[in-house]
Design a protein around this ligand. Structure first.
Ligand code: NDP
Length: 399
């Protein structure tokens, strides 16, 4: 049916590529392009021989001209950005110049400020619309499936949704005292930032990890979770009718938090460059270099993830609660695609989002967050491609 250019060859890209190859009628041809071409070639070698035709390329995604040249040469129908949030705008620029659809899993973040919000990408709305192409923002799990869950709840269960709590639990154990499950630099920037949530249309800011709750997760049990700022809060508060409060919680074990505090206290999580032996280095980038590569955690991670949304709202004038979630097993993911569940739960929705555009099931020129599209075909595809969802009408609520 079509051609996808996949940028990035890390943990999430690897899963997405495996999944494209499981869906060859839609992904007839893919090109894997990244900074380090050997990683693209290794993925091609692993997956070649199926129905999906695979090629590879080297590209610096910070450079718009290089991206344009690659797009003009490969002529994809969609570009799937699985590099880092720093590259979102250059890749969107290249898509605009070549009139190709765009998909990503994380919103733009400037390299020198640990701040993420949609304003930079939403500023492209008119230009994408005029060019007749679609940018699908945030097609991972959170953001991503959490937005699809919200759209599905709104469409089928509620007249209005007043409260959403997004709960992200990773109960996996990789056996290291400290490691991150996706890109360490992006992960640590996210969790060491101030927390925030939206109440009555306004952002309420908290100190990092200030708000803690304990939740009894289905199929996992009780875990400590902490309120974080997260990008989908911003778009869901606008796109879901009736929102009074929306929060995001993520679980962390005590060992992770103790190590993080210690690293923060000694300055290792700073993104301010420092002089080191005559060179400028960024402490957090150095820390990334010494931490385990998230892609290497697959074989040693056991346990499950449970990510979902609890909705409280009204249907036919009556208050109602509804919980939609997915449980994913790290070892099952590893058996299937050689990756742990965090990469898996992001890479599968990235493939599905691109498939929605390639098949024309989603077609809305402009720049859109995922909850702005019809959730039904995406929900079906989640069941089909390894992320089945479950629902409950009487969940425990978060205080
Ligand atoms: P990795 O660090 O494993 O992979 C990133 C890849 O991008 C690497 O192959 C890297 O190349 C490549 N890359 C980085 N900079 C450039 C550049 N300038 N030009 C070309 N290629 C580049 O990250 P993950 O796979 O863990 O994460 C990928 C994305 O997914 C991130 O944006 C992350 O925020 C997002 N994510 C989203 C989630 C969600 O649920 N929505 C959850 C988890 C992650 P090299 O190999 O040379 O370093």
């Amino acid at each position: 049916m079509g051609k996808a250019l996949i940028i990035g060859a890390g943990g999430v890209a690897s899963v997405c590529i495996h999944k494209c190859c499981q869906n060859p009628d839609v992904f007839e041809e893919i090109c894997i392009a990244s900074r380090t071409k050997s990683k693209c070639d290794a993925l091609k070698e692993k997956l070649d021989g199926g129905k999906t035709k695979i090629s590879t390329a080297q590209v610096n995604a910070d450079n718009v001209d290089e991206l344009i040249a690659l797009i003009n040469q490969f002529k994809p129908d969609v570009v799937i950005n699985l590099a880092l949030p720093y590259q979102d705008l250059t890749i969107m620029d290249a898509c605009l110049a070549t009139k190709v659809n765009y998909v990503d899993t994380a919103n733009y973040e400037p390299l020198d400020t640990a701040k993420f919000e949609y304003s930079w990408q939403w500023a492209y709305r008119e230009r994408f619309e005029k060019a007749g192409i679609t940018a699908l923002l945030g097609s991972g799990f959170d953001p991503g499936v959490t937005g699809v869950f919200s759209a599905y709840a709104m469409k089928h269960q509620f007249d209005e949704i007043n409260y959403i709590d997004i709960l992200d639990c990773n109960a996996g154990d990789h056996g290291y005292p400290f490691a991150t499950n996706f890109n360490p630099e992006i992960n640590i920037r996210e969790v060491s930032a101030k927390g925030s949530y939206i109440e009555d249309g306004k952002w309420v800011e908290t100190e990092p990890m200030e708000i803690k709750r304990v939740y009894n997760f289905p199929e996992i049990g009780e875990k400590d979770m902490y309120l974080l700022h997260h990008e989908e809060l911003e778009s869901l508060a606008l796109n879901i009718k009736g929102i009074k409060r929306i929060r995001f919680f993520m679980t962390f074990g005590q060992s992770y938090l103790t190590h993080l505090k210690c690293l923060e206290n000694v300055g290792m999580t700073s993104i301010e460059p420092i002089d080191f032996e005559g060179k400028k280095i960024v402490p957090l980038q150095f820390l990334k270099a010494v931490l385990p590569d998230p892609a290497s955690l697959g074989p040693r991670t056991v346990g499950k993830t449970n990510i979902g949304c609890i909705f409280i709202g009204k249907k036919d004038g009556k208050e109602k609660t509804y919980y939609l979630y997915n449980v994913c097993d790290h070892q099952e993911c590893f058996k299937e695609v050689g990756s742990q569940a965090i990469s898996y739960t992001t890479g599968v929705p990235a493939m599905i989002g691109a498939a929605m555009l390639l098949t024309g099931k989603w077609n809305k020129p402009g720049v859109h967050n995922i909850e702005e599209f019809d959730p039904d075909p995406f929900m079906d595809a989640l069941n089909q491609f390894g992320l089945p969802w479950k629902e409950s009408f009487h969940p425990d609520l978060v205080e």
